[in-house]
Ligand binder design. Structure first.
Ligand code: ADP
Ligand code: MG
Length: 603
């Protein structure tokens, strides 16, 4: 029989095995070293990368440094200066201090570290001949720490094989770095790639760690949508959310430029990503995504950060609370930008385009305020000017704006407006843009918003000579109980007799509607949403969307010029002219230069 031998693996090998999880590629080394520099309170961090980090990664900081007598110990596994007592243990563990980064990095590369501790006169350097054999010597350094990592995975060809090209590895390093750039505006970062300085981000004056400063964001992401981003702010349920999210017009197909931070650490969580999109519901087309930078601060005992070896994912103790807070924060921010658009942006275009949610909170409930002000001001002189505009429009073939509420491009003159395929409205504007409008989607959006405001704005009524009587099962009638107030608010007058609804009068919008089909559909809606937590409000929105669909101009219907102008002018006054209540897009905007480039035309 073969002899039974138990081997205890040498520490270096143990670390190498563990390294496979913590240190997967050059980018993971960068992440661990940057974390350490930030923990050491650095305000300046320089990153040098050679050959995609495979040959060299060198991180230099101006943090508090490491005392000479600890230089060896910090490379031992499970050694950390960040846990001083067992009481700290829990909260520090949740922040991911595991004291194993340096030891694992050492086990898979050649490491050299120079540091000057704040409390000492001189700097020291530690170099390793092998895992357990090191030298500590005096060195010259003014402050902070520099760690250089050479020949990553040289000793472990099996892992080295998995590295991609230097360009790809460099790209992955940038992916790791960008989030740090975004939420540490107080840190001066620079990146030197193959001896060339490629990124230089001076610190933003008076900025704090774990905040988003637009000045920094612009330098990092360099996209024009950043100017339009909306500030997010939320504080409740033990969760603080801040950051910026895209204007609804800046929706995109791809998942890109979505940044999520929990307690200052960049993470990815698909539940959070979904919650953000829930906040955009009815503001952007279904299936589209948006860019955002979200900072979530939550008591560390509410999360577990150690579910992922590289701390890229976390687990929430109570995910539902987080997700619903996020949806609410986003929804509030996005709904405010539409108020903002109407009330300030277009009257004073010079205002800072970053929309501060807080400072506009006082504007109050959006839909009603605008209508009321407009009515109050609608003196005869306003009517006169409306008539005058109409005449100019007819005379010149141009449409002029009839009040100050103009959408997005401001004062837009129409050169041509016509219909194609009995389905789309085409508008050529004088500013060399062209809009294709889905007539049904636009009409739906207009009706939807009108109905949404029906409580404040009384709709015209139509009485039936003989009440319309609809029969339903008792089950359905129970469901109707929840919707009674809603239909009354909408302007429906009816009485109920056991399982019969007798409709006496409806808003004129509903006169030509097949009410039986409408109620059927409304009840069916309730059936589909088995999710009990689905709020009544959401159900009401769904119902309004359904009603809007029933009552609106359909596709296939031919339109008069006046009807087209009416749709356009009502659409641009909508709170959300970007998507129909079902989330389909309404407008496709093209510029002359886009059309020109399609034809390779440069003049
Ligand atoms: P952890 O960060 O989880 O404590 P590491 O292995 O990453 O574990 O680091 C071990 C220790 O080394 C840290 O706790 C810290 O005391 C020290 N250290 C590492 N990098 C730096 C740095 N750039 N500046 C100051 N101290 C550092
Ligand atoms: Mg660390």
């Amino acid at each position: 029989m073969k002899e039974y031998i138990l081997n205890t693996l040498p520490q270096e090998l143990v670390n190498q095995i563990a390294a496979g999880e913590v240190i997967e590629r050059p980018a993971s080394v960068v992440k661990e070293l940057i974390d350490n520099s930030i923990d050491a309170k650095a305000t300046k961090i320089q990153i040098r990368i050679e050959n995609g980090g495979i040959d060299l990664i060198e991180i230099s900081d101006n943090g508090v440094g490491i005392p000479q007598e600890s230089l060896n110990d910090i490379f031992k596994s499970h050694t950390t200066s960040k846990i001083s007592s067992l009481e700290d243990l829990n909260s520090l563990l949740t922040m991911g201090f595991r004291g194993e980064a340096l030891s694992t990095i050492l086990s898979v590369s050649q490491v050299e570290l120079i540091s000057k501790y704040v409390g000492s006169e001189t700097a020291s350097k530690i170099t390793f001949r092998s895992f357990n054999d090191f030298d500590i010597t005096k060195a010259a350094r003014e402050s902070g720490t520099v760690v250089s990592v050479k020949g990553l995975f040289e000793k472990i060809p099996a892992r080295r094989k998995f590295l991609k090209t230097p360009q790809t590895e460099y790209k992955k390093i940038l992916d790791i770095l960008f989030p740090y750039f975004l939420i540490y505006p107080n840190i001066h970062f620079s990146v030197i790639k193959d001896s060339k300085q490629v990124i230089e981000l001076p610190k933003v004056l008076n900025s704090n760690p774990n905040t988003v400063e637009i000045e920094r964001v612009k330098k990092v992401l360099k996209d024009e949508y950043i100017d339009r981003m909306i500030k997010v702010f939320y504080d409740g349920n033990g969760i603080k959310i801040s950051g910026f999210t895209a204007h609804p017009s800046d929706h995109q197909k791809r998942y890109s430029n979505q940044y999520i931070f929990v307690n200052s650490r960049p993470i990815w969580d698909s539940g959070i990503a979904k919650a953000v999109l829930t906040g955009y519901e009815r503001y952007i087309p279904f299936g589209e995504k948006v860019p955002y930078i979200l900072l979530i601060d939550i008591n560390p005992d509410q999360i577990d950060i150690n579910v992922h070896p590289r701390k890229e994912e976390i687990r929430f103790l109570n995910p539902f609370r987080i997700y619903s807070s996020i949806s609410e924060a986003i929804q509030r921010a996005v709904s405010t930008v539409t108020t903002y658009r109407v009330d300030s942006e277009f009257k004073t275009p010079s205002l800072n385009p970053i929309n501060d949610y807080n400072s506009h909170q006082s504007i109050g409930k959006t839909y009603s305020s605008r209508d009321i002000t407009f009515k109050a001001n609608q003196s005869s002189s306003v009517k006169d000017s409306l008539l005058f505009s109409q005449e100019v429009l007819n005379d010149t073939g141009y449409i002029k704006s009839t009040d100050s509420v103009i959408f997005e491009e401001g004062y837009k003159k129409i050169r041509n407006i016509f219909q194609i395929f009995n389905k789309y409205i085409v508008i050529e504007f004088e500013d060399q843009t062209l809009w294709l409008i889905d007539q049904h989607a636009a009409a739906e959006r207009i009706t939807f918003e009108k109905l949404l405001n029906s409580k404040e704005v009384k709709l015209e009524q139509q009485n039936f000579l003989v009440p319309i009587s609809l029969q339903y099962s008792l089950n359905e009638m129970t469901k109707f109980e929840n919707l009674k107030e809603f239909f009354s608010d909408l302007g429906f007058k009816y009485s109920i007799n056991k399982s019969e609804i007798n409709i006496e009068s409806v808003p004129v919008e509903f006169v030509n509607v097949d009410l039986k089909a409408l109620f059927d559909e409304v009840f069916a809606l309730g059936d589909e949403s088995r999710d009990i937590s689905k709020e009544l409000n959401k159900l009401k929105d769904d119902i309004l969307a359904t009603i809007s669909c029933h009552t609106s101009i359909r596709s296939g219907q031919s339109l008069h010029r006046e009807e087209m102008i009416d749709i356009y002018s009502k659409l641009i006054k909508c709170e959300n002219p970007y998507s129909c209540p079902h989330g389909r897009p309404i407008v496709w905007k093209l510029t002359l230069s886009e059309i020109d480039s399609k034809f390779d035309r440069t003049y």
